[in-house]
Each structure stands twice: as C-alpha cells, then as structure tokens.
Design a protein around this ligand. Sequence first.
Ligand SMILES: Cc1cc2nc3c(=O)[nH]c(=O)nc-3n(C[C@H](O)[C@H](O)[C@H](O)COP(=O)(O)OP(=O)(O)OC[C@H]3O[C@@H](n4cnc5c(N)ncnc54)[C@H](O)[C@@H]3O)c2cc1C
Length: 374
Amino acid sequence: MSGEVWDFAIIGAGMAGASIAAELGPHARVLLLEAEDAPGYHATGRSAAFWEECYGGPGVVPLTLASGPYLREHGFLTTRGALYVGRAEDRGAVDDFVATFAGTGVTIERIGREALVRHVPEMRTAWCDAIYEPACADIDVAGLHQHYLAAARRAGVEVVCRAQVAHLQREPGGWRIATGGGAAFRAARIVNAAGAWADRIAGLAGVAPLGIQPLRRTVVQLRVAPEAPADLPLVLDVSGNFYFKPDAGRLWLSPHDEIPSDAADVAPGELDVAIAIDRFEQATDWRIEAVERRWAGLRSFAPDRLPVYGPDPADSGFFWFAGQGGFGIQTAPAAARLGAQLALGQGPDAMTDGIDPAAYAPGRFQRAKSIQTA
Ligand SMILES: Cc1cc2nc3c(=O)[nH]c(=O)nc-3n(C[C@H](O)[C@H](O)[C@H](O)COP(=O)(O)OP(=O)(O)OC[C@H]3O[C@@H](n4cnc5c(N)ncnc54)[C@H](O)[C@@H]3O)c2cc1C
C-alpha cells in the first residue's frame, strides 16, 4: 500500500463512477476503482441508448432535462422522437400519462391513429391512441462514457481496473480499501458508484443498505421485414409491455421486463425473449426474420425508484451515487455535476440550479421510516 491518501475513492467505473470522477477530478485527488478488466462491462455497456424526457417518471425529469444541453452540445444525441402507444383499453393509461407529466417541462403531444401510423405504419389497427415526444434522442453511450473517462484521466484521476473492492475498513481520517487481488489504498471518502452492487458495498463499509434492488432487463435485436426504417421513433407501449427502436437497419426490442436479480453478470432468459417476440408480433405487422442478438443487464432501483446522491446520514465519509435505474445514461451529466457539488460542498451552477437535491438524498428513507413509526 502506498502512503498516498486519496480525497475520494470511487468504487465502480460505469457511467456513474466515470462521470462523477470527471466532475470531482479538477477539485480533488481521486481514485477510480473498477472490478472488471475494463470499465463499462455491466449496465452501462448494455443500455438501449436513448434519452427520453419522461423516462423514469416526473422525479427524474429535472435530471434528464438538465442533462440535455450538455449531451447535445457535446454531440452525444441524435434526435429520433418517441411515441407512447395505446389501444382503446389503454385510454386511461394515456390520460394518466399526460396528466402526470403536465407542468414538468417535457414536450409531449397527444395524437390519434392517423398520425400514429404516419410514424409507424406497421402498428396494428388496435393501436389508436398515442403521445408523441419530439425531443427523444439516441445517445452515443460509449462515446459519453469514454468522454468522461478521458476527462477524468486528464484531471489526474487514477483509474485502476481489475480492482474488486473486497474490504473497507474505517481508520482515523478515512478508509483503508483492500481489493480481492491484494492491492490496498487509503482514501478520506468513499463514493459508492457500484450500480447493482451498491448495497453490497455499503455492507462492506458497515453502512446500512438502502434496499437498492437490481432488476433484470432484456433486449433482443431483430432482423424484420420490411426493414426497420432509420427514422422510426422509439415506440413504447404506454402500459409498459414493450419498447422498440431501430438500430442500423435492425430493431432493438425489449419486453420491458423487471426481474428481481442478485448483482451478477446476467444473461437473458429464454422466457423473456419469447415474451418480447410474442408482444411484438401481437402489436405490429412486421415479420421477424431472425433474432440476431440478445442481451440483459441490471437496472438498479432504490425503493422509491429515484436515484440516491449524497453522504450517508450515519457516516458522511460514505457518499452514495447509486440507484440510477433505467435512466443512468440520460441523466449522467446533471447527476455527476450535482453529485460532485454535494460531495465538495459547492452550491449549484447553471446546470443544476433547477434540481432539488433533497429529492435524491439518502436520508429521505430514514425520514420516511421515522414518519411511519411516529
Ligand atoms: C437493458 C438496459 C437498457 C437500458 N437503457 C437505458 C437507456 O436507454 N437510457 C438510459 O439512460 N439508461 C438506460 N439503462 C440504464 C443504465 O444503463 C444504467 O442506469 C447505468 O448504466 C448505470 O450506471 P452505473 O455506473 O451505476 O452502473 P454499472 O454500469 O453497472 O457500473 C457499476 C460498476 O461497478 C463495478 N463494481 C461493482 N462492485 C465493485 C467492487 N466491489 N469493486 C470495484 N468495482 C465494482 C462493476 O464492475 C461495474 O462496472 C438501461 C439499462 C439496461 C440494463
């Protein structure tokens, strides 16, 4: 172990860890530890790669909207548009969706069958109701992740791969960190950016877990006839049973599954693939010619499905940056900026000014518990 004491040791170099490392790097001495051979192997490398203003619900909208300009200015977004589609029996769900997002700042427009089929001629006649969201975009996920890793390195952050944190021990002024491979480090503060492993890292640190649950999500790549047009919007069932979008002449399709899982290197289940295909065939006239690829990843949610950014209420040396759910890419710029501001004790800037950090504070679960028991 070197005698060096880092200001922050970030655990996990997915989108969360890489982005907050880039934001902390110019202000502090930062170590970024990643268990895998290379960063981005888990959730970050498996996303569906969209920036969708409503995704994650109204509590996530401020982070998504605040991230948009940064993503656009740096060339990471390609506008696609999104369509939430419904059948006659989904009318209530479409009404609720419009009401839920009224006044949140998102741009959505209710459209009927005629406009729907102009966007997606293959939607079966039962699909008669829709909400159009013009700003939805594809995200260059790998580009954004590399951008943050490069910015972190330029700022002096030390990135160490094959460094699976196995022990965290409190010592005066900070932490002693030991990896499974026998390496050891010292840091004043830990940043928990371990995605699906976030509660496990809390356990290593002797900090109470927050109940962050990994949920498996499946995606399949289809070759369909007729070929999926490049300008097809992202199409999401308003009742949450599927979504699909084009990618290089193919379709990416998900059954919108949320299977509770242990933190692990997950693979898609046959049943989820079959469900995805069945729902797609029921909803559209496309003919599936081949299932070319399939993958699954873990989306990790706190109990209220909002992310968790901030110091642990019982140990200010342990900083949570977890629970990024299904929106950790599209919210990365604002989340990382806010996270770094909270960790450094800085006030908001133009990017984070409209965001209420209390909504994402780890202490909110304790408050909720004490209100319940009062
Ligand atoms: C199928 C799918 C589709 C998605 N689509 C979208 C989308 O379209 N748009 C969007 O914004 N989001 C999407 N998401 C969500 C997004 O991918 C995640 O929110 C985001 O990648 C989370 O990033 P992360 O860094 O927290 O987690 P991860 O990328 O999982 O990174 C966590 C890292 O921590 C490391 N780690 C864990 N334990 C240790 C340890 N003990 N020591 C060292 N390192 C450790 C892991 O190896 C891992 O690399 C999707 C997710 C999935 C699975």
